[in-house]
Design a protein around this ligand. Structure first.
Ligand SMILES: *Cc1c(COP(=O)(O)O)cnc(C)c1O
Length: 434
C-alpha cells in the first residue's frame, strides 16, 4: 500500500465534524481520513473493478462517488469520447450534441422545461440558488443538516441543533455575511418547515434538498415531508430545488422525483449525467429559467460548459440507460446485497440498519433507523472503520465513511454480490469476536 497524500485532500484529518456539512469529511473523503488511513492510489478501472498501482484488484462499490452506473470504461462511452476528441476538445460555441443531451435530460425529467449545462454539481447548485434568488428577489435559502450540495459558500453551513438556527459557516473562508442567509433545519422535520414558513415565508427564496439523501449515508424522506415542502413553497412563492446530482439516473431514470411523483420547480443534476466526465446541469420551469441570460438578466456562463467530450460521454450514457434500462437488475441485486449485509451483521449480534434505494445503500452501524443528521450522528464510527478496512483486505472497495452511500453498477454480477456478502460475513464475524 502506498503512503502519501492525495492532492487537495490532505487538510481534513479528523471526523470531528459539525453536522450539515458532512462533506468536510466527504469531498475530501478520498483521503480516507474518516477511517484513519491512507488512500489507495488507482492505476486503472474496468467494468466493476478498480486496480491500484500495486496491481491489486478491488470490487468497486464507490463508482467514482456515483457517476459510473454502467461500470468503468464502458466501451460505447469510451468510443464516443475518443471520436469526440478527434474532432477537437473545446470550441466555446454551441454544438448539436449539447442540444441532444439537453433533450435527453428534459425527456427523462419532465419538470425540467429548460436546462443549462455546467461543469460540476457544485456549479449546478450554486447557479440554481442564484437563479432562485434572482427570480424571487428574496435572499434566504433553506437547507437541511446532513444534505450536501457541493462546496458552494452559502451551502457550507450547519446548524448544530435540532432547532432552526441562523447559519454559521462550517468552513474557514466562508464569511458570516455569506452564510447569514442560510437557514438549516433537520431532514424529515415537516413541523419545523411549516413553522419557519409561517414566520418567514415571504423572505425565503428557495428550499434545497436531496430528495433521497446520499450524503449522510442513504436516508429516505417521508412522503409527508416532501409534500409539506411542496405545499409550503407553493403557498409562499418560494422555489423548491431538488438536488438530484446523486439520485438523478441512479434511483430511477427520472430520478427521485419520478419515484415520489413530486415536481420541484428546479432540479440539479451531475455525476451520472456526465458519464464520468466533468459535466452537470440545472434546470426547471420555463418561467424561472427564462430569467437566465441571454433570455433574462441573471448571469451564468462557463468557458468549458457543454464541452464536446463531456456531452459525448453524458449523452451516450443516458442513451444506454434509456434503451437498456438496468434498473430492474440493480433492484434485484441491490435487494440481495442489502439483505445479505444486514443479515451478516445480525448473525453476529452487531446492531446495524440497512437503508437502500435500488443500487444506492448504506449499512448504518446503529440500533435505530437513520432519518436525519442527529440520528446519523449516533452511528458507531469505529465499527464502520473496522468494517471498511476488513473489506479492503478482501478486495472489496466500499466508501470510506459511514456517511456515504455505496453504489454498484450494471456490470456487477450476482457472483460479485455473493462474494461481497461472504467477505462481509467474515469481516463482521471477526469484529464480533474481538
Ligand atoms: C456530489 C454532489 C454535489 C456536488 O457535485 P460536484 O460535482 O462534486 O461538485 C452536489 N449535490 C449532491 C447531492 C451531490 O451528491
Amino acid at each position: 500500500m502506498v503512503t502519501g497524500v492525495a492532492s487537495g485532500t490532505e487538510t481534513i484529518e479528523s471526523d470531528e465534524e459539525l453536522p450539515g456539512i458532512r462533506k468536510s469529511e466527504a469531498a475530501p473523503a478520498r483521503a480516507f481520513g474518516a477511517v484513519g488511513g491512507h488512500p489507495l492510489f488507482i492505476e486503472r478501472a474496468s467494468g466493476q473493478y478498480l486496480f491500484d498501482i500495486d496491481d491489486n484488484r478491488y470490487l468497486d462499490y464507490i463508482g467514482s462517488w456515483g457517476p459510473m452506473i454502467l461500470g468503468h470504461a464502458e466501451p460505447r462511452v469510451i468510443d464516443a469520447i475518443v471520436r469526440a476528441a478527434e474532432k477537437g476538445t473545446s470550441y466555446g460555441a454551441p454544438t448539436e450534441n449539447e442540444s441532444h443531451l439537453a433533450e435527453l435530460i428534459m425527456q427523462a425529467v419532465p419538470s425540467i422545461e429548460r436546462v443549462r449545462l455546467v461543469n460540476s454539481g457544485t456549479e449546478a447548485t450554486m447557479s440554481a440558488i442564484r437563479v432562485a434568488r434572482g427570480a424571487t428577489g428574496r435572499a434566504k435559502i433553506v437547507k437541511f443538516a446532513g444534505c450536501y450540495h457541493g462546496h458552494v459558500d452559502s451551502l457550507l453551513v450547519a446548524a448544530g441543533s435540532a432547532a432552526a438556527t441562523l447559519g454559521v459557516p462550517d468552513s474557514p473562508g466562508v464569511t458570516l455575511g455569506v452564510s447569514a442567509d442560510t437557514i438549516v433545519l433537520n431532514y424529515n422535520d415537516s413541523e419545523a418547515v411549516a413553522l419557519l414558513f409561517d414566520a418567514h415565508g415571504h423572505e425565503i427564496a428557495a428550499v434545497i434538498l436531496e430528495p433521497i439523501v446520499g450524503n449522510m449515508g442513504t436516508v429516505l424522506p417521508t412522503e409527508s415531508f416532501l409534500q409539506t415542502l411542496r405545499q409550503e413553497t407553493l403557498k409562499h412563492g418560494a422555489i423548491l430545488i431538488f438536488d438530484e446530482v446523486m439520485t438523478g439516473f441512479r434511483v430511477a431514470y427520472g430520478g427521485a422525483q419520478s419515484i415520489f411523483r413530486i415536481e420541484p420547480d428546479m432540479t440539479t443534476l451531475g455525476k451520472i449525467v456526465g458519464g464520468g466526465l466533468p459535466l452537470a446541469a440545472y434546470g426547471g420551469k420555463a418561467d424561472i429559467m427564462d430569467q437566465v441570460m441571454p433570455a433574462g438578466k441573471i448571469y451564468q456562463a462557463g468557458t468549458l460548459a457543454g464541452n464536446p467530450l463531456a456531452t459525448a460521454a453524458g449523452a451516450t450514457t443516458l442513451e444506454i440507460l434509456r434503451d437498456e434500462p438496468p434498473y430492474q437488475q440493480l433492484e434485484t441485486l441491490g435487494e440481495l446485497l442489502g439483505s445479505g449485509l444486514e443479515n451478516a451483521a445480525a448473525q453476529v449480534g452487531i446492531p446495524a440498519r440497512m437503508q437502500r434505494v435500488g443500487s444506492m445503500m448504506t449499512l448504518f452501524f446503529s440500533e435505530s433507523w437513520v432519518t436525519d443528521w442527529p440520528s446519523a450522528d449516533r452511528c458507531h464510527r469505529k465499527r464502520f472503520s473496522d468494517y471498511f478496512w476488513g473489506l479492503i483486505e478482501h478486495g472489496v472497495y466500499m466508501p470510506c465513511s459511514q456517511f456515504e452511500a455505496l453504489f454498484f453498477s450494471a456490470r456487477h454480477t450476482r457472483e460479485d454480490i455473493e462474494q461481497t456478502i461472504a467477505a462481509a460475513e467474515k469481516v463482521l464475524a471477526s469484529m464480533a469476536s474481538h
